[in-house]
Write a protein that binds this ligand. Structure first.
Ligand SMILES: C[S@@+](CC[C@H](N)C(=O)[O-])C[C@H]1O[C@@H](n2cnc3c(N)ncnc32)[C@H](O)[C@@H]1O
Length: 232
């Protein structure tokens, strides 16, 4: 997508994600999330070992590196050069071969080869404002074959506007006090102020309008949502 009104995705990427020092400590900060449930969710919805899987907003590659040992073709896509470099370094250190890395964004990634069987996207889509999120979802649908699976997890607001104050207060109260080992109240406040988490009741119609059927949804704490969707 390139036109005079297309944003530079780096402006929305979160400056910390472009900073090699932050990237070096990113997995520890986010508590080394286990990619196994994500891989299991794809398998449970028919994504087999011969599948092509694209991980959009791949970060340091925790999902993509694990997925590379399970699925035939895995492409890790991220707009941040520092993140892409980190994936390459980890792949080399761990002896992971065959993982493809592409520096690109939701609005700029050009898929090559046969359509993907699955797209994985964790904690990244909220970087885009809603108008752009819908175009990103449309582009994800175009990457997938009909019947392909989108596994989307993100910070998604599962409440009504007048509940926001109470829910955010509880969220911030339960935050980490160590910025190296978790997200602090300041981090959460910055997320609310500057990033683009969407209400659940807006995101779901966006998914439908973008060509997806939602087949499974789980929420944690009315803030973290996980969707498995099938491309119609
Ligand atoms: C919070 S991190 C999550 C990384 C990874 N998915 C994970 O769960 O560990 C968000 C990632 O999205 C990437 N990102 C931000 N905007 C993007 C865009 N427009 N297109 C692709 N990736 C983007 C950032 O560079 C960063 O690596």
């Amino acid at each position: 997508m390139t036109s005079s009104w297309t944003p530079d995705e780096l402006d929305h990427a979160g400056p910390e994600h472009l900073d090699p020092e932050f990237v070096a400590g990113f997995d520890r900060k986010q508590g080394f999330p286990d990619p196994t449930p994500e891989i299991d969710a794809l398998r449970a919805h028919g994504v087999g070992e011969d599948a092509t899987v694209v991980d959009l907003g791949a970060g340091t590659g925790r999902f993509a590196l694990a997925a590379a040992g399970v699925f035939a073709r895995v492409v890790a896509v991220d707009v941040s050069a520092a993140m892409i470099r980190a994936i390459g370094e980890r792949a080399a250190a761990e002896g992971v071969t065959g993982l493809e890395t592409v520096r690109g964004g939701f609005l700029s990634y050009e898929h090559t080869g046969p359509p993907a069987d699955a797209v994985h996207c964790r904690h990244a889509l909220h970087q885009l404002p809603d108008f752009w999120k819908t175009l990103a979802l449309r582009r994800i649908a175009a990457v997938l074959r009909p019947g392909g699976v989108l596994r989307l997890t993100d910070l998604i607001y599962d409440f009504q506007p007048d509940e926001a104050e109470g829910i955010f207060a509880a969220w911030l109260a339960g935050a980490s006090t160590d910025p190296a080992r978790g997200y602090t109240a300041d981090d959460y406040a910055e997320h609310i102020r500057t990033e683009h988490s969407t209400y659940r009741w807006l995101l779901e119609p966006m998914l439908t309008a973008s060509g997806f059927e939602i087949v499974e949804t789980t929420f944690r704490g009315r803030l973290y949502g996980a969707y498995t969707c099938v491309r119609r």
